[in-house]
Design a protein around this ligand. Structure first.
Ligand code: MF3
Ligand code: CO
Length: 251
């Protein structure tokens, strides 16, 4: 687990996450009917390399792409292909890089053209659950305070929280201690301390929380075939509360 010790280190990991944020914002603009997910992957990879950053997922445990593109019932780790986006789809884009010693990691779910009211609400609730989590990030709070905030937001809306994949500490490695589940109990888990950095990433299912991995050994899908959405921010714990490192506009 990294503990940032200076403003300079906060600035460095912010730079890494800003590159992720800018590329994700560019990707979100590209999401339109007819675009292939492999084109999104190329945009992400080239964008990173142009900034002198290294895509973090490519080669990670053998993952073959720079970007994860999870469509509709796909939860996470969907793989880019020549599949074209079509009107009404939703797509989760998850991207990470390594830059000057620090990792950045973030994700968002975007609408392809006009989507159903259902799908739009799932996306909105998932985004809100991440905001609720971030509000609970401050020194002295515990991981369970963050986890339970996500769970309450999601379950109150009638959706479910994926159990099999969780958020994580991040810093000099992509995945560091501690795990950051999206379900749990207030007051439980390790205490948050100044200098910690967390990647908080609610994965929210329209139906049951059960998931399975497809035959490609990467793509995680809902068991019931219903929709899933995913948002992720990298957040630093500071004396002033949470700083969202992976947002262009600070949230
Ligand atoms: N963004 C994912 C995470 O937060 C990492 C994807 S890893 C890869 O854990 F295997 F897909 F590369
Ligand atoms: Co992550």
């Amino acid at each position: 687990m990294v503990i940032l010790k200076s403003e300079e280190e906060i600035e460095q990991i912010r730079q890494s996450n800003m590159i992720v944020a800018e590329i994700l914002a560019g990707l979100a603009e590209l999401v339109k009917p007819g675009v292939r997910t492999i084109d999104l992957d190329a945009y992400a990879e080239e964008g990173a390399r142009r900034k002198g950053a290294v895509p973090a997922f490519k080669g990670y445990r053998g993952y073959p792409f720079s970007l994860c593109t999870s469509m509709n019932e796909e939860v996470v780790h969907g793989m880019p292909s020549d599949r074209e986006l079509k009107e009404g789809d939703i797509i989760s884009l998850d991207f990470g890089i390594f830059y000057k010693g620090f990792y950045g990691d973030a994700a968002l779910t975007a609408a392809v053209g006009q989507i159903s009211a259902n799908a739009a609400r799932l996306i909105a609730v998932t985004r809100e659950s991440l905001a609720a989590a971030i509000k609970n990030v401050r020194p002295g709070n515990r991981i369970g305070d963050v986890s339970s905030a996500v769970q309450r937001c999601v379950e109150t809306a009638g959706y479910s929280v994926v159990r099999d994949f969780v958020g994580h500490g991040i810093g000099r490695e992509l995945h560091e201690e501690p795990p950051v589940p999206n379900y749990g109990r207030k007051g439980r888990g390790i205490e948050l301390k100044e200098g910690m950095v967390l990647a908080i990433e609610p994965m929210v299912n329209e139906g049951s929380y059960e998931v399975k991995v497809k035959e490609d050994e990467w793509t995680v899908v809902t068991r019931d075939g219903k929709l899933s959405a995913h948002f992720e921010h990298t957040v630093a714990v500071t004396s002033r509360g949470a700083i969202v490192l992976s947002a262009v506009d600070g949230n």
